[in-house]
Design a protein around this ligand. Structure first.
Ligand code: NAD
Length: 499
């Protein structure tokens, strides 16, 4: 069977893998390939190649680095269709969604095309007598990105486009569940003119992650995945003296005020709760209608909309969403639905046991709606990461605000209202990192930055935009003086001041 390999020093590594893991086609449930699971020896090869290539890449002027990004963007665009099929065949999301996954990643590449501007430093002339001060941003050196299964194109590009444009070498460790797209991206980077060793892919699981976290030559690690692992990566990477940004899980709430346009809200929720089978960290799996009347009206409109959703194979152009990523994940989602029922929530639409005719072994889960969910329930507290929408009823604005603010996760939140004052108040006070006002999935555009709060992110810089540039560079500040012989240097033995 085909083995998906590492991509090291400009080519597939061709190393025999002592350990491999199955890569499924979620539409059929069949194993379609194996992926190599690398270890510290594999990582060492990638680090050696990165160390050899990075100084010359960092010395390449930023405009030339940006030109490689331009060419790369064009190559990916030309291959959009093939890449989207490759992505869907391992992940299960529908083709349109895979194109969105790639497109959102390309938007960060577009941001990276402007890197010469972003890397301009600061300058103060005459900070003291004959003294100027300036700062420059220099690459960290070698960076690594450890990415989740749910956005196998976008998230590697969030990290790598900025890291590489800033002059770093970047080593990507994709999810072992859908590892192919980053390898193809590596080939396209090479074709775009990126030197070998600057974008590499090492495949693997925890063993490879630990090797990355412990390698002294890797200066920065960016992680996206579930919260417990994000926390682990943050702690271990930081203990080893690395810069770490680690994005975790989520449970985004959508607050529906009594004055909201409910027809629009239902359309938004259908996409935001069920799109990509709910396997998005910015999905909206909790809806909080304010007031019993809003809740009843919303529920009445939601039921037919959810029942009308088409679940199909990822290549079906009429399917709203496809299968989930693995059988294990399907079982986990269904057991969360069981738990929600045991805890006393009302199962309004039941997606368990869903079977798609002709694809009986596929990992499909039907859309599910639960009402009368309360904050005490485990199924509310935890991330389900499937096509499951939970209604948590709130009496008033303050309790809705407090629900979202007190939840362990704080990635995104949305409010639906026609009242500007309520929206403004909500945005200012809610304890969550990304807020949508009548926008169900408030993923910031590439030149802003992506990042949540609380257990949705560990570390202090966000992904892409100027936060990304900060993460992938170190600031160096130079204080210079060019004495002409008449400058009074003062007493060299006391701390210099400008007084
Ligand atoms: P995951 O945590 O299982 O895996 C993420 C990465 O960690 C993978 O590369 C995996 O190989 C590695 N990994 C797995 N187990 C490990 C271990 N024990 N030790 C070290 N590394 C390990 O996440 P996933 O299931 O691939 O992705 C879904 C999760 O990612 C969800 O929780 C979702 O909310 C989250 N996510 C968050 C964001 C965000 O920006 N906050 C974005 C996308 C996804």
């Amino acid at each position: 069977m085909r083995v998906i390999d590492h991509f090291i020093a400009g080519g597939t590594a061709g190393l025999s893998a002592a350990r491999t893991s199955d890569v499924f086609d979620p539409n059929t449930g069949a194993v379609q390939a194996h992926v190599a699971l690398g270890d510290s020896a594999v990582l060492e090869r990638a680090v050696e190649a990165a160390l050899a290539a990075q100084p010359a890449w960092a010395a390449t002027n930023p405009q030339r680095r940006a030109r490689v990004m331009f060419r790369f963007k064009e190559l990916v665009e030309a291959e959009m269709e093939t890449l989207a099929h490759m992505l869907s065949s391992e992940h299960g999301k529908v083709i349109a969604d895979s194109k969105g996954d790639i497109q959102r990643g390309l938007e960060v590449v577009e941001f990276a095309c402007g890197i010469p501007h972003a890397l301009k430093g600061e300058y103060t002339q005459g900070a003291g007598p004959g003294i100027d001060v300036y700062s420059m941003r220099q690459p960290v050196g070698i960076g690594a990105g450890i990415t989740p299964f749910n956005f196998p194109a976008m998230i590697p590009l969030w990290m790598s486009a900025v890291a590489i444009a800033c002059g770093n070498a970047f080593i990507c460790k994709p999810s072992e569940r859908d590892p192919s797209v980053p390898v193809r991206l590596a080939e396209l980077f090479l074709e775009a003119g990126l030197p070998a060793g600057i974008f590499q892919v090492v495949q693997g699981d925890k063993e490879m992650v630990d090797a990355i976290l412990d390698h002294p030559a890797i200066g920065a690690v960016s992680f996206v995945g579930s919260s417990d692992i994000a926390n682990y990566v943050y702690q271990r990477g930081a203990a080893n003296g690395k810069r770490v940004q680690a994005m975790g899980g989520a449970k985004n709430h959508g607050i529906v005020m009594p004055d909201a346009d409910l027809d629009q809200v239902v359309k938004d929720l259908a996409g935001a709760a069920f799109g990509s089978a709910g396997e998005r960290c910015m999905a909206l799996p909790v809806v909080v209608p304010v007031g019993a009347d809003t809740a009843d009206r919303l529920r009445a409109k939601l039921i037919p909309a959810i029942e009308a959703l088409q679940v199909g194979v990822s290549t079906d152009p009429d399917a709203h969403y496809g299968p989930v990523v693995t059988a294990a994940h399907k079982a986990k989602i269904e057991s969360w639905i069981d738990r929600a029922v045991e805890e006393g929530s009302e199962l309004v639409v039941d997606g368990r046991g869903f079977v798609l005719q002709g694809h009986e072994q596929g990992f499909f889960v039907g859309p599910t709606l639960l009402d009368h969910v309360t904050p005490q329930m485990e199924s509310y507290h935890n991330e389900i990461f499937g096509p499951v929408l939970q209604i948590v009823r709130a009496n008033d604005f303050e309790s809705a605000l407090s629900l979202a603010s007190k939840h362990q996760y704080g990635n995104g939140v949305a409010i639906f209202t026609r009242n500007g004052h309520a929206a403004r108040e909500f945005a200012a006070r809610v304890n969550v990192g990304m807020v949508g006002i009548n926008v169900p999935i408030p993923v910031p555009v590439a030149y802003h930055s992506f990042g949540g709060w609380k257990r949705s992110a560990f570390g202090d810089t966000n992904q892409h935009g100027m936060e990304g540039v900060k993460f992938w560079t170190k600031v160096k500040t130079i204080t210079q003086r060019w004495p002409d012989g008449s400058v009074d240097g003062g007493n060299a033995f006391v701390i210099p001041t400008m007084a």
